[in-house]
Structures are given as structure tokens and as C-alpha cells.
Design a protein around this ligand. Structure first.
Ligand SMILES: Cc1cc2nc3c(=O)[nH]c(=O)nc-3n(C[C@H](O)[C@H](O)[C@H](O)COP(=O)(O)OP(=O)(O)OC[C@H]3O[C@@H](n4cnc5c(N)ncnc54)[C@H](O)[C@@H]3O)c2cc1C
Length: 302
């Protein structure tokens, strides 16, 4: 079987993608990256690495990656889900004359890919009609397992694209160190929380439980009360903790597709008929979270 390319610009996700690619094809994957640290770490993890350089932004590497695909003829390309990966995967797929498959959940050894469609409410299985496939896997889709070999790093010639994207301005952004996909306990909040300051009591509860804090998308994108790395669902993280506590979350499918691998789900919601309570929870508390969270904190402190 041909090897799979793993294309990513995020230090948090390449190991899982490499492990998944190796388990499917049985061949050492090739990590294609512009990050020297990722390339070296990938070789130590057992994969080979192709180190690109010369472009100011990751987006401008599409032609370089396409040339590598043409030369090495991989079975396909696993992409991560960063904004850059989404953009480059689409451009690469267009160059290969196929479709990029976003929101991929799993892949078998015939390269049939299960992926979410209709906002996460339906799982569809698709196969590429071209020589390669291009699929985007979010965090948490594969277990990390090192390959018992040492890989090599090769340098790749930059292929200058006809249309380059130029950087006009750069703003630094704080990167959150949280890795929800590895968390054993998660306390997640939704729009049932009415003020940003009220997150402090949830933070206290999470600390007492030694849990990570997480949220639904509107809390992170829209209200901007928590970092985007902390929201769960189709557009972000898929988690699999032993305990997932949901506080004021209604259970819309775009969120719940990311929590179904949790071992135990406990929900607190004023509405006993919401989907989170009726369809997804092992334990339900039909109450105001503003009563339950302080009571839990008090009990845990004792
Ligand atoms: C293309 C697309 C992608 C999306 N991707 C994601 C994604 O990845 N992740 C994600 O999370 N969302 C995603 N969304 C948004 C998603 O559809 C929902 O809008 C969102 O998940 C709802 O968040 P929520 O449960 O916090 O809010 P709501 O649906 O408003 O629910 C709030 C809940 O709080 C309860 N409540 C209110 N007050 C209290 C109280 N005092 N005590 C207890 N309970 C209370 C209410 O009964 C209600 O059930 C996506 C949407 C689209 C269109």
C-alpha cells in the first residue's frame, strides 16, 4: 500500500494523524510541514518528514505540496483542521481534480471515509474518485501510538505559486495550551450561563474536580468568553473523557457529535425536555445551574 501524507501546521495534532495514517496503510507516513520542530519530532516519532521553506505563509505551499504528491504518489493526504489546513486542503484537492472531505471521523483500509454532513446530523461514507484522497480529521479522531522506527527529514524545493498571498499585517494571539482531547474530566458550559463573571464559579468547580473547562461554540465564538480551543463539537474538538458535565447546554447536534465518546455524561439544565437531557445524558439534574454549581462546590469542599 502507498504511504499517506500528513499535512499540518499545528504542533498539537500531527502525532494522532501520523498514528492514524500508519494504522490504515501500514506504511510510514510522510509529514509535510514548514515547521522544523514538527519535522524533527515526526522523524523521532517514526514517520518521515518533508520540510518546506521559502513561503511567508502556509497557504503559499499548495503548489509545493501538489508537486510532492505528483512525484511521490501517496495514497492520500490527511490534513488537520486549522484554518490554514482547511484552505490548503481545498486548493490541493482542486489541483488534483477531487473533493476535499472535511469533518472526517474514520477511514478504512480501502480509503472509504466516514464524515459528517448536514451540520453533523448525518454520517456519510465517501471514496475519492481520483488517484488520491484528501481528508481533514479534527483533534481526537485517532489514538497516538509511535512507530517503532526512526524516520528521516528531507528538505523540499519551494514551488512558487502563480498567485501568492502576501502578509500585510501580523497580530499576535495567545495560544491556549489546553488539550481537551486528552482530558479525563470536563466541565462544559453553554448559554445557560448568563454573565462572563459567572464562569468563575464554574472554574472553581472544575478545579475541585481536577477537570478541564470547556464550552459550546457561542460561548467561545460570538461572546468570546472563553478561548476557541475550549469549545467542543463538529467545528472544533471531539472529546472522550471519563466524565463530561454539561451546564446549561441544550444538546444541539453540532455540539453533541463531539461528546458521544464520553464514558459518563451528567447534565444540569432547567429544561428537562432538551436534547442534552433526553438523548445524551446518563444522569440529569433538572434545575437551575446557579443553584446546583454552588451546592456542588460546597459539597466538594467538605
Ligand atoms: C455550521 C455550524 C457549526 C456549528 N458548530 C458548533 C460546534 O462545533 N460546537 C458547538 O457547541 N456549537 C456549534 N454550533 C452551534 C450550535 O448549533 C448551537 O447553537 C450551540 O451548540 C448551542 O449552544 P448552547 O447549548 O450553549 O446554547 P442554547 O442552545 O441556547 O442552550 C442553552 C441551554 O441552557 C439552558 N439554561 C438556560 N438557563 C439555565 C440555567 N440557569 N440553569 C440551567 N440551564 C439553563 C436552556 O434550557 C438551554 O437548554 C454550530 C452551528 C452551525 C450552524
Amino acid at each position: 500500500m502507498a504511504r499517506i501524507f500528513v499535512i499540518t501546521d499545528r504542533r498539537s495534532e500531527w502525532k494522532a494523524l501520523v498514528s492514524g495514517a500508519y494504522s490504515i496503510s501500514g506504511e510510514k507516513p510522510l509529514v509535510v510541514t514548514a515547521d522544523k520542530a514538527i519535522a524533527q519530532a515526526a522523524a523521532d516519532f517514526g514517520a518521515d518528514a518533508a520540510l518546506m521553506s521559502g513561503a511567508e505563509v502556509f497557504w503559499n505551499y499548495t503548489d509545493t505540496i501538489a508537486a510532492l504528491v505528483e512525484e511521490l504518489q501517496p495514497a492520500g493526504c490527511f490534513f488537520g483542521t486549522s484554518p490554514d489546513c482547511r484552505l490548503v486542503s481545498g486548493r490541493l484537492a482542486a489541483k488534483l481534480g477531487i473533493s476535499a472531505i472535511p469533518d472526517a471521523k474514520s477511514i478504512d483500509n480501502t480509503y472509504a471515509i466516514e464524515h459528517l454532513i448536514y451540520g453533523g446530523s448525518v454520517v456519510q461514507t465517501s471514496k475519492s474518485t481520483g488517484k488520491q484522497f484528501v481528508a481533514l480529521f479534527g483533534p481526537g479522531q485517532f489514538e497516538e501510538a509511535a512507530i517503532p522506527e526512526q524516520g528521516t527529514v528531507m528538505n523540499v524545493d519551494y514551488v512558487e505559486p502563480k498567485w501568492q498571498i502576501a502578509v500585510k499585517e501580523k497580530k499576535t494571539k495567545e495560544i491556549s495550551a489546553v488539550d481537551l482531547t486528552a482530558a479525563k474530566r470536563i466541565v462544559a458550559v453553554g448559554l445557560g450561563i448568563s454573565k462572563k463573571e459567572d464562569l468563575d464559579m464554574v472554574r472553581e468547580l472544575a478545579a475541585l474536580l481536577q477537570a478541564e473547562m470547556a464550552c459550546t461554540r457561542p460561548i467561545a465564538e460570538g461572546l468570546d468568553w472563553m478561548e476557541p480551543e475550549r469549545y467542543i463539537g463538529i467545528s472544533a474538538n471531539f472529546v472522550k473523557p471519563d466524565l463530561y458535565i454539561s451546564l446549561g447546554i441544550s444538546g444541539q447536534v453540532q455540539h453533541t457529535v463531539g461528546i458521544t465518546d464520553s464514558k459518563v455524561i451528567l447534565s444540569v439544565n432547567k429544561d428537562p425536555d432538551c436534547a442534552m437531557m433526553k438523548q445524551y445524558s446518563d444522569y440529569c439534574v433538572a434545575e437551575d445551574l446557579y443553584k446546583i454549581v454552588p451546592a456542588l462546590i460546597e459539597r466538594l469542599k467538605k
